[in-house]
Design a protein around this ligand. Structure first.
Ligand code: 13P
Length: 263
């Protein structure tokens, strides 16, 4: 099983000074904690200062988006080469990018391929909307989206080295209404099966599948004790150092117990 990963998506929050202070306190809380990888994803303008604040620690830095071209006339965009060397991780295809900024699976696919090419680990986000779940279409929607986003994604050995997938049901994001652990496990197991169809069992086992959507210290153990949930992508609670640190510690502790995948 992959090392569990907990990533904090700070979204459009924190000034540069606040971001630096939050990174510094999380470093004090979490540096060197075994059994879990931790990534902080601040806004672009704070990446460099956060990277410096975390330098030499076990905490990683991630971006929340990127363009798929190396450079050019793309006003307001940030390129993969600008992130290289500064970020180890990039969140791609977040539902806020899709729903508020019109990103399609095809565009997300280009970004994922580019991220892997330049050696920045993509956290590929997929997830259904409320009405799609109410219509019982959540598995079809996520399968189709994942398949489109992974089109042509593989290393020369056929394995998806460096990939991370996050199941983020849109209705659970920022609402306080998290999925149940059964719902999240079912979706993560589906994602794992789809990865296995594409990359074989070994390839699928190596990809961390995260749950995201109203994760808190109070509910994270329920998620990460599920066999197919290898960590969390945390929004609101990642802006509070104590809460985020607690989520990370609970994840490390829970995932250190032996688990058997069901699929
Ligand atoms: P919340 O944890 O605030 O629900 O946000 C989840 C999310 O979108 C993480 O990417």
């Amino acid at each position: 099983m992959p090392t569990p990963l907990v990533a904090g998506n700070w979204k459009m929050n924190t000034t540069v000074t606040e971001a630096e202070a939050l990174a510094a306190s999380l470093r004090r809380e979490l540096d060197g904690l075994p059994g879990v990888e931790v990534a902080l994803c601040p806004p672009f303008v704070s990446l460099e200062r956060v990277a410096r604040a975390l330098e030499g620690s076990s905490l990683k830095v991630g971006a929340q988006n990127m363009h798929h071209e190396d450079k050019g006339a793309f006003t307001g965009e940030v390129s993969p080469t600008m992130l290289q060397g500064m970020c180890q991780i990039v969140i791609l295809g977040h539902s806020e990018r899709r729903n508020l900024f019109g990103e399609t699976d095809e565009l997300v696919n280009r970004k994922v391929r580019k991220a892997l090419e330049v050696g920045v680990r993509p956290i590929l986000c997929v997830g259904e909307r409320l009405e799609e779940r109410q219509q019982g279409r959540e598995e079809a929607v996520v399968s189709q989206s994942l398949s489109a986003c992974l089109d042509g994604v593989a290393s020369p050995d056929g394995l998806p080295h460096g990939m991370v997938v996050a199941d983020e049901p849109v209705w659970a994001i920022g609402t306080g209404l998290a999925a149940t652990s059964e719902q999240a496990q079912a979706m993560s197991a589906l994602i794992r099966r789809l990865l296995a169809d594409r990359y074989g069992r070994q390839g699928a086992e190596a990809v961390p599948v995260l749950y995201g959507g109203s994760v808190t210290p109070a509910n994270v153990a329920e998620f990460v004790s599920q066999p197919d949930i290898d960590g969390a992508l945390v929004g609101g609670a990642s802006l509070d150092a104590q809460q985020f640190a607690e989520i990370v510690r609970i994840t490390a502790k829970t995932r250190s117990s032996p688990l058997v995948r069901l699929g």
